[in-house]
Design a protein. Structure first.
Length: 129
């Protein structure tokens, strides 16, 4: 199944900008998963690299109504990066950098062993035409 996250979301008539169009150099798309029939449908895309054992994971969870969830994180500061009037929370979790944000009733996140600069570039790319 080599459908990208965009393909999976389009099939479910989700057209908002919620996935990055730019992925750090060296990473390639390798799998996606969709759980469209769950109570809270979940869509995931993963990108792998030879330089990291851990993939970059991009996920979108669709709630029937807007709600928040808890994300485990290390003791440490959470950076808030505002892009497109949306607050993106960036934090570390073990060796991973995590970003999470809400658009309408969707919770979106990116996990990866990447730099904060790369994370911000991925977030920026979500909103590019």
């Amino acid at each position: 199944d080599d459908q990208t996250l965009k393909d999976l979301l389009t099939e479910e008539n989700i057209t908002q900008s919620v996935y990055p169009k730019w992925i750090p150099e060296g990473y390639t798309f390798f799998e996606s998963k969709a759980f469209p029939n769950d109570d809270d449908p979940l869509f995931i895309a993963k990108y792998k690299s030879e330089s990291s054992e851990k993939p970059i994971t991009v996920s979108v969870t669709v709630y029937s109504e807007p709600e928040g969830s808890w994300i485990e994180k290390d003791e440490g500061d959470v950076a808030i990066y505002v892009k497109n009037d949306i607050e993106h929370y960036i934090m570390s979790n073990n060796s991973l950098l995590v970003s999470a944000w809400f658009i309408d009733n969707m919770e979106c996140s990116i996990y990866g062993e990447i730099s904060e600069a790369d994370m911000r570039m991925m977030i920026d790319s979500i909103y590019e035409e």
